[in-house]
Design a protein around this ligand. Sequence first.
Ligand code: GLA
Length: 401
Amino acid sequence: MKKIFALILLFVTVQIQAQKFDGLAETPPMGWNSWNTFGTNINEQLVKDIADKFVELGLKDAGYEYIVLDDGWMAKERDENGNLVPDPVKFPNGMKAVADYVHSKGLKFGLYNCAGAQTCAGYPGSRGYEYQDARSYASWDVDYLKYDWCNTEKLNAEGAYMTMRDALKAAGRPVVFSICEWGDNEPWKWAKDIGHLWRVTGDIINCWDCEVGHGSWSSWGIWKIIDMRKDIRSAAGPGHWNDLDMMEVGNGMTDAEDRSHFAMWSIMTSPLIMGNDLRSATKETIKTLSNKEVVAINQDELGIQGFRFTNENGIEIWLKPLANNAWAMVFVNMKNEEVEIDFDFAKHDIGDDVHGRMLEPKHNVYSIRDLFNHKNLGDTSKSMKAKIGVHDVLMIKLEKK
Ligand code: GLA
């Protein structure tokens, strides 16, 4: 009898552990990550400054929540008990103090590690230390873990990410689990019950449509990422998102390109993780990042990832179904000259076959709201005319009248 009880208990325990934390990231996570701008050059003061800026610049109010330290926060060696140690120079008061500061602002705190023996920048990885590291994160009140894929020789990706998921679960503190294996093993096919978001490509770089080679791997411009992964939209939904990578808004593209980048990440329901230096960001950058009408498209409760309608004559047109039969629509000018569009809604009924939804301007009239200029543009009973600058975007919301 005792044996049977023990077996049932074991079974129940395993069942409880073998799940990710539910109820997290019900809409795409929003926040900031240190990597794109700072690399491993990070420290306590930077985190505090960023947290202050979240509040001061209205980013917290716009919905940004997580402040995530990427690679480079650790000392090069574990301590004598195998525990991870924050770099004592960069983080002289330890990680709990940093997390406490972030929490005191009503924000959440995240860290980075790697499934391999070492992180990509050569710091101690979690391979073989998963449960111990998860307990460290819990003891420091960490809310989000980005988990990378360098130095993972012969590891199986699904298995390695399951191990870390179970370790986080066992440590007991709810953590958003951000899978970062660059899409190499097609996580959109297996990671739904393991992580809350997963990277779908190699690293982003701050250009419109370039590929920058680094020998065995490449960095990808905005449109390379979009084109590569436009066909996996059925994998995204509340609690499990295709992650197009940390944004490059404010990192050197034109303001128009930044707006298009932000519009596309929003319509594709990607997590919105800023990657710029908020201490020196221009007004225009902050205006783009904190645009609540665009953020609302990304955060729509249905969590449906958008899709390409057409990309003819240098204009990309994308659509995304929203709650209450509303739709978001994006027109991006891919040309190096201003274009004039003239879109006759009455000619189009557009279906989203994957999610069984229809935009029906042939049979219904929808009001049109311009989300970057914050004004109403009439309705779909007339064709919509607009000028769009080089690499700029017109993003609209359509609501049934
Ligand atoms: C990989 C990831 C990046 C970043 C670096 C850190 O390249 O894809 O996002 O975390 O490692 O070394």
